[in-house]
Design a protein around this ligand. Structure first.
Ligand code: SF4
Length: 282
């Protein structure tokens, strides 16, 4: 996996990161981590009862104007780690009882992440690896992860190019995302859990319902049902609130309404999916 010129993600910046130059993702040639911790807010098969061993990587290859994590995804907060230190942190999370290691937005730092994983595996890390990402992934790079990743947890953010460009500066997100989801499904299939309902292998696709249906919810659900299968669990999220550059935005400057979420649930039923993770409306 090459950092110079960098082609780790579909941006294809071709930035010379080994020379210390930052790419679109705000990263150069150092491993940067925002934090590691047990996380209990993921879907039940991921968080379980003991928590998901989460590694929040700094930087991101998307620049969503509503990102809740913009402090470390776009403003590059974080701490420089060695690969040995990251390996030690992952082993520590396992020792604290984590059901899995959950890499959040690892793509721009994959060479370091994979190196750290190898060190950790060689030293007793046995729990599954979750690849938790924005879904803007190169199929070629994903193929290199075949056999390394146990569980994919990608977003499917947009179906339409105009909205992908307007809200995440990634016009080709829809085509790239659809190809990436297919490759992930090819590698791991639908979700498999142990007798306690904890994920062992497979995928869950996350979809954040945005105001005024700018995310193209029905079309995304149709694609997943028809091209992957109705056995793929969907996490249908209504937690959106305007933050960062979305505050006061004319289209997405508000939370979604109950009617918007209810409509999304009706579309989910229309396509006959086997299972969903649906958030309670409060
Ligand atoms: S990982 Fe970063 S530097 Fe590399 S292609 Fe993607 S955005 Fe550009």
């Amino acid at each position: 996996m090459q950092l110079s010129p960098c082609t780790l993600c579909p941006r294809n910046c071709k930035t010379d990161r080994n020379a210390g130059i930052n790419g679109f993702c705000s990263l150069s040639n150092e491993l940067k981590i925002f934090c590691t911790n047990l996380h209990f807010g993921e879907e039940p098969p991921i968080s379980g009862t003991k928590g998901s061993g989460t590694v929040f990587f700094s930087g991101c290859n998307l620049k969503c104007i509503y990102c809740q994590n913009f402090a470390f995804s776009q403003r590059n907060s974080g701490e420089i780690f060695s690969t040995q230190k990251l390996a030690d942190k992952m082993l520590e999370l396992q020792n604290r009882g984590a059901h899995n290691i959950n890499w959040v937005t690892p793509t721009p730092q994959l060479p370091y992440a994979v190196e750290a994983l190898k060190i950790a595996r060689d030293n007793g890390l046995t729990i599954p690896l979750v690849y938790n990402c924005g879904g803007y992934e190169s199929t070629e790079i994903l193929k290199l992860l075949d056999g390394i990743v146990d569980i994919y947890l990608p977003d499917a953010k947009y179906f339409h190019n105009e909205t992908a460009e307007e809200f995440s500066f990634a016009k080709n997100y829809p085509e790239i995302n659809r190809a990436a989801l297919k490759e992930m499904y090819r590698q791991v299939g639908a979700l498999k859990t142990d007798k306690n309902g904890i994920a062992e292998k497979g995928m869950i696709i996350r979809h954040l319902v945005l105001p005024n249906n700018v995310s193209g919810t029905r079309e995304i659900l149709s694609f997943i049902a028809n091209e992957l299968g109705t056995d793929v669990p969907i996490s249908l999220m209504h937690q959106y609130f305007p933050t960062h550059l979305a505050v006061g935005h004319p289209t997405i400057g508000r939370k979604i309404t109950w009617e918007e979420y209810h409509t999304a649930l009706e579309w989910f039923d229309e396509f006959g999916f086997d299972s969903a993770f649906v958030q309670e409306w409060e």
